[in-house]
Design a protein around this ligand. Structure first.
Ligand SMILES: [Zn+2]
Ligand SMILES: [Zn+2]
Length: 309
């Protein structure tokens, strides 16, 4: 989107609709929107995670043909889900598949997680299409393996992505995953998934969130949690600086919204925990109630233009 459209969307949303009873603040003191929730095959398992973690609504991420499952879930739980779809960007029919998904109700592309370069031709055509269809695109950036021979995803983020932000000003990008979040620190060397210790100020992600109106941050997964949990002095200021650009998400695979069965081989300290709960806890203790409410609810409502239910 261009700057004028961006301002119009945010100005229109300045008057927030009244919350329905379902959206009334509960456990977290604010309704919560999870921008990064992978569709689970069994419909009821989706609801179980939302209810268990105290999440009001979630954005379903699917790949390929998923319309029937998405519709079934809408029937089971009206108004609790929005939908992003993804398609194999290395295939020539990816644009057609994503255009059809948007016509069927998908509100964005994602997550885009493929073994291609962040500035390569496969993703470039998706960036352009997202602008044409006026939907955001959520991209997974990762440069270090979680397990042997995993391979990298949307590579070259720190070196090349600023040129993409400049080249596609009408595209709304939502950044996610290891390289996006490790690069809040200026000293990241693409060596480990989840760097520890104090953050060196001036990382490119921090800078670009400030400099580019078309970049947003998806705080999901261990990567988002780790970036916010490693240096509390940094976190409070970061959340304040980018309070209109950050979106809470979980990317959690636990069974019950309380951590059952969660296991990420690259993050043993998160075993048995619910990523949604862990990150909501960090955000709640690091932000004022007003900023917390924007990050876990308001920003997503505006960005995805979700009507009040
Ligand atoms: Zn991801
Ligand atoms: Zn969970």
């Amino acid at each position: 989107m261009n700057r004028r459209e961006f301002i119009e969307i945010f100005a229109a949303a300045a008057i927030l609709p009244a919350l329905s009873p379902q959206e009334s603040p509960r456990e977290w003191g604010s309704p919560v929107f999870d921008v990064h929730f992978h569709l689970r095959p069994q419909a009821s398992a989706n609801i179980t995670h939302l209810d268990g973690a105290g999440v009001t609504k979630a954005n379903l991420l699917t790949r390929g043909r998923a319309l029937d499952q998405v519709k079934a879930l809408h029937t089971l739980a009206p108004h609790r889900f929005t939908w992003f779809n993804s398609a194999d960007v290395t295939r020539p029919d990816a644009e057609l598949a994503l255009t059809e998904a948007v016509k069927s109700g998908a509100q964005g592309f994602g997550e885009m997680k493929f073994h291609v370069a962040a500035d390569g031709p496969e993703l470039r055509r998706m960036y352009a299409l997202a602008a044409d269809l006026n939907v955001p695109i959520l991209v997974h950036f990762q440069e270090a393996d979680h397990f042997a021979n995993e391979g990298t995803w949307s590579t070259g983020y720190a070196k090349t992505f600023e040129s993409i932000l400049k080249a596609y000003p009408r595209t709304t990008f939502i950044g996610h995953a290891d390289a996006f979040w490790a690069n809040v620190s200026a000293d990241y060397r693409n060596d480990v998934p989840y760097p520890a210790g104090r953050i060196a100020r001036g990382g490119v992600t921090d800078k670009w969130l400030g400099d580019y109106a078309n970049l947003f941050g998806d705080m999901s997964a261990v990567s988002g949690n780790n970036a916010m949990a490693r240096d509390s002095d940094f976190t409070t200021d970061f959340l304040k600086r980018h309070q209109d650009k950050l979106l809470f998400g979980s990317d959690c695979s636990c069974g019950d919204g309380h951590g059952a069965g969660y296991n990420n081989p690259a993050a043993p300290k998160m075993a048995g925990k619910c990523v949604a709960r862990e990150t909501l806890t960090v955000l709640k203790r690091s932000a004022s109630p007003a900023i917390f409410q924007k990050i876990v609810w308001g920003n997503a409502q505006r960005l995805l233009r979700i009507p009040a239910s």
